[in-house]
Design a protein around this ligand. Structure first.
Ligand code: ADP
Ligand code: MG
Length: 357
């Protein structure tokens, strides 16, 4: 994979930079968790310092447009950014301004999610170089990550390079001392990670709905707990009695629902985490949005950062759970990936990375 470090002189080069600004936004239009935007600053600064003329493209799901978010983006990125309303306005921007700019929500264009060559050509027009710095969308076959890379000399950005390196060590490091913690919901994206990593880990500790699914298939009465209807198909091929796969043994139950791991499980997990050399964590242990069921997640977070082990975490809700605890900076690496991280760790196809090879 070629990276931005392989590009020669960037002075006055017109660079199309795919970034990831897909942040949660509250009812008042405030960015709730700016982590992903902050992680783009280094790449933008790097390019601007070298004299490149940068137009950024990104999508956002929590709002229809970036227009109202621009003042917050200026502050987070530490500089003024021109706003380009439509793809048709990029040409005029490149003629009239050398300021960095952001094109509005790229998913406003129907061709984006269809990976259309025609739309990719529109995007590429007028640029010398394409850089993908949006690891979180590299699992998508979209025009601004996939089709575009056939049209311009294409490079991985600093963040994509870093994510691939960090998450690559999760796949490559020896199983000894490697502990994987998987919780949260969305079991269909988590079980493939468990299947891919079970032979590459010392222990896999489970929590959340993923643990519920495993307990249900092991024959436990789950009461009214949230479980996946297709848990049998999801878990097919995985030996649920594998001693490396650890399900919770006691729980916090409310309204006949399992909503957090219990004290005994917490102690067991703390013991395993305390002995680990490398820890990878995705997915809260319980319904952490409610304080009464947030303790398992908090204890796991604190135990990881105090363990001294190399720690890698990711996932929108996982980050949302640990950020208010002031712990985000204490992990060795926080992936911007979410779903992309899970696809990578499951060893599945990443069209955005393949396009750069
Ligand atoms: P991430 O975004 O970190 O990958 P997920 O989206 O997979 O995490 O899962 C987070 C969600 O899982 C949270 O909304 C949380 O409330 C929910 N959850 C975790 N444990 C339980 C449980 N026992 N019952 C119901 N929901 C749960
Ligand atoms: Mg989530």
């Amino acid at each position: 994979m070629k990276t931005v470090r392989d590009i020669g002189n960037l002075k006055d080069k017109k660079v199309l930079l795919r970034v990831d600004f897909d942040v949660p936004v509250d009812e008042k239009g405030q960015i709730q968790e700016p982590f992903r935007v902050k992680k783009q600053k280094e790449m933008l600064d790097w390019l601007v310092e070298r004299g490149a003329r940068v137009v950024m493209i990104a999508h956002i799901s929590a709002a229809p447009s970036f227009a109202e978010l621009m003042p917050q983006l200026h502050i987070l990125l530490g500089r003024e950014i021109d706003f380009i309303k439509t793809v048709g306005d990029i040409g005029a921007h490149l003629q009239n301004s050398s300021n960095p700019a952001l094109l509005d929500n790229v998913r406003q264009n129907a061709g984006e999610e269809k990976n259309e060559d025609k739309f990719a050509k529109q995007l590429a027009s007028g640029f010398n170089i394409y850089i993908n710095n949006a690891f979180a969308v590299c699992h998508r076959e979209h025009a601004s990550v996939s089709a575009i890379a056939k049209l311009l000399p294409s490079y991985a950005g600093l963040l994509v390079e870093e994510e691939v390196k960090q998450l690559g060590t999760v796949l490559d490091a020896p199983a000894e001392g490697k502990v994987i913690i998987i919780g949260g919901a969305k079991a269909e994206s988590k079980v493939p990670v468990i299947k891919n990593l079970i032979d590459k880990a010392e222990k896999i500790l489970l929590g959340g709905v993923v643990a519920n699914d495993v307990l249900k298939e092991k024959g436990q009465d789950m009461g009214s707990s949230v479980v996946d209807a297709d848990s049998r198909e999801l878990l097919a091929g995985l030996d649920l009695n594998d001693p490396r796969l650890v399900a919770p043994k006691d729980f916090i139950v409310f309204d006949n629902k399992i909503l957090d791991i219990g004290d005994g499980t917490m102690r067991e997990y703390m013991d395993v985490i305390g002995k680990a050399k490398m820890i990878i964590w995705n997915g809260p242990m319980g319904l952490f949005e409610n304080k009464a069921f947030a303790r398992g997640t908090q204890v796991v977070a604190e135990t990881i950062v105090n363990s001294g082990a190399r720690s890698i975490i990711g996932g929108g809700d996982t980050i949302a759970a640990v950020s208010p605890l002031g712990l985000l900076e204490k992990f060795s690496f926080v992936s911007t990936g979410g779903s992309a991280m899970l696809v990578f760790l499951a060893g599945q196809k990443m069209p955005g990375l393949e396009a750069l090879n």
